[in-house]
Ligand binder design. Structure first.
Ligand SMILES: NC(=O)c1ccc[n+]([C@@H]2O[C@H](COP(=O)([O-])OP(=O)(O)OC[C@H]3O[C@@H](n4cnc5c(N)ncnc54)[C@H](O)[C@@H]3O)[C@@H](O)[C@H]2O)c1
Ligand SMILES: [Zn+2]
Length: 353
């Protein structure tokens, strides 16, 4: 059966907790070393990872043949993909080889793109090593690279065979990257889970960092939310667009040359912007808009982004634009969002208010 979602959590063994699946793609929350061994047993595995991961996840990576890519958004490019294709060819990787991306969203996006196009597609899986990749980037089967300043312009919809989310790997994650993942969790709560939003309001960054066991539950919930939405609309014909809450401005910020902000920080700006916009259009109450802004602030995010002409130009490059109209996902309550069509001119006016 296609697009079946298992929402029940099954304990398969002491090491593996099966979360749920879309099609034949499974997400596991548990310990990566053991899970990866089980999931790839009997297969030739080539790991794709980045320079930093070789240091902090050396024990895991050294067990497999591996290819290393550069870090940072500018390496999410066709050039990096081509380097990986060439290495795969020179290593004699064939259709039976299992490609495993071990890393954050940059690694998983490139790995998924390369694996789904190399020899017209080979099986692949992910070990997500950033919080952001565990709750978002590695889940859902969207893979791709940036081209000519356009974010995620070239890519595929192709589900990994498995995604492993191991919160223990987050111990070495720099604090800024840890917070970036929390931004996507806040986003998921705003879209459809007021209870999760409340839990996040009651806790802090330090709490989650010091209580990885508790964080695992939140990761599980965020994965459930994403799987639920993606299983109903894998190709983003409609419903899946809700996951783009805050992402129009976020992608514009990330596309600007010399951008300083990471994806989660950009999503925080973008979500606050649409919450304020929804409030000033009478779609969201002042109280709820305030709660959204306060939650991001309390997790250390900046919530005001200087509006400049080049930002507007970057927004105009959003690939989800239809002529001069953008479809923004805006919150109408905590736990509810809707699609709002705005023209670029209207958006500029709102920015300048
Ligand atoms: N495909 C999707 O559906 C989707 C969804 C959301 C985001 N994304 C993409 O994901 C990317 C961002 O991903 P990200 O935030 O994971 O960034 P990232 O992959 O750049 O990782 C952030 C940094 O953390 C390092 N790192 C990773 N794991 C570590 C660990 N365990 N310990 C120490 N350091 C570690 C990396 O080397 C990197 O320097 C963006 O390109 C974004 O567009 C894709
Ligand atoms: Zn995102």
């Amino acid at each position: 059966m296609k697009n079946v979602l298992l929402l029940s959590i099954i304990l398969t063994s002491t090491v593996a907790k099966v979360m749920g699946r879309i099609d034949n793609s499974y997400v596991y929350v548990g310990r990566a070393v053991n899970l990866l061994k089980e999931l790839t047993a009997g297969r030739r595995v080539i790991v794709i990872t980045d320079e930093n991961l070789c240091e902090c996840c050396g024990e895991l990576i050294q067990q497999y043949e591996h290819i290393i890519i550069g870090t940072g958004e500018r390496n999410k490019s066709l050039e990096s993909a081509e380097q990986v294709y060439c290495e795969l060819i020179s290593r004699g990787a064939d259709r039976h080889t299992m490609i495993v991306g071990v890393g954050g969203g940059i690694v998983t996006d490139i790995t998924g793109f390369v694996a789904s196009t190399y020899m017209r597609g080979v099986e692949f899986g992910f070990v997500a090593t950033t919080l952001l990749a565990q709750v978002d980037a590695a889940i859902g089967g969207k893979n791709g690279v940036n081209v000519a300043g356009y974010k995620n312009m070239v890519g595929t919809f192709c589900q990994p065979k498995f995604v492993v989310c191991d919160v223990q790997l987050l111990k070495t994650l720099p604090i800024r990257e840890f917070c970036a993942g929390l931004a996507e969790i806040i986003k998921a709560a705003i879209i459809c889970d007021p209870m999760l939003f409340k839990v996040l309001e009651d806790k802090s960054v330090d709490y989650w960092r010091d209580n990885l066991q508790a964080l695992e539950e939140v990761v599980r919930r965020a994965v459930e939310i994403k799987l639920d939405i993606v299983s109903k609309d894998e190709r983003e014909a409609g419903l899946r667009r809700v996951l783009n809450l805050g992402h129009t401005l976020a992608h514009a910020i990330e596309s600007r040359p010399g951008n300083y902000y990471n994806h989660g920080e950009a999503v925080a700006f973008g979500t606050v912007m649409v919450a304020r916009m929804a409030c000033s259009n009478g779609l969201l109450s002042g109280n709820e808009a305030e709660r959204i802004v306060r939650l991001f602030e309390s997790y250390g995010f900046k919530v005001a982004f200087p509006f400049t002409a080049d930002l507007m130009e970057a927004i105009g490059k959003d690939k989800k634009r239809e002529n001069s109209t953008l479809h923004l996902i805006v919150p109408t309550a905590i736990g509810e969002v809707k699609d709002m069509a705005v023209t670029l001119v209207e958006l500029e006016e709102m920015f300048n208010k």
